[in-house]
Design a protein around this ligand. Structure first.
Ligand code: FES
Length: 166
């Protein structure tokens, strides 16, 4: 079994990768300290966040001080130290998207998911974040889900796109 599931007091069900699976990932890189970021990216990609126990295991196996591993894990935006939903929604609130109605898109997502930016719903389905630019300003307003860009998106399209995710 690659992962186990834990429930927080607030009802959040989150995924916790077991040590065996973490070791498999580390072993693929032959336990080389220089593979730290790559190892963390793989754990993040599979587990959707980096639990402290995983960081401790990586540090131990790669013989890197835990403080350095924690620093890397908290420095890069690609990593999360808190549980994330199955689908990561990013709404661009940059100027180009703002003038084209990104606020309405954000409000629609908030209404449909019941969460605000920076939060994850209790079913661990969606995590919502706002960003300042996704690098495709001509497509504004822009919503990105799991790395897929939805440009020139209207309120009704926002609802349809969100509803298409299981
Ligand atoms: S301002 Fe939204 S993509 Fe650049």
């Amino acid at each position: 079994m690659p992962s186990t599931y834990w429930t927080l007091g607030c009802g959040l069900l989150f995924k916790y990768m077991n040590t065996e699976r973490i070791d498999q990932i580390i072993d693929r890189y032959k336990g080389e300290a220089s593979s730290l970021i790559q190892v963390l990216l793989e754990i993040q990609s599979e587990n959707r966040w980096l639990p402290k126990l995983a960081l401790e295991r990586v540090s131990e196996k790669l013989q890197i001080p835990l403080t350095r591993t924690m620093h890397i894990a908290s420095f890069y935006k690609a990593f999360s130290l808190v549980p994330k939903g199955r689908h990561e929604v990013h709404i661009c609130m940059g100027t180009a998207c703002h003038v084209r109605g990104s606020k309405r898109v954000l409000e629609t997502v908030e209404d449909l998911t019941g969460i605000k930016a920076g939060e994850t719903d209790v079913e661990m389905k969606f995590s919502l974040e706002t960003v300042n630019c996704l690098g495709c300003c001509a497509l504004g307003p822009v919503m990105e889900i799991n790395g897929k860009t939805h440009g020139n998106i209207s309120v009704s399209e926002t609802k349809a796109v969100l509803n298409s995710y299981e």
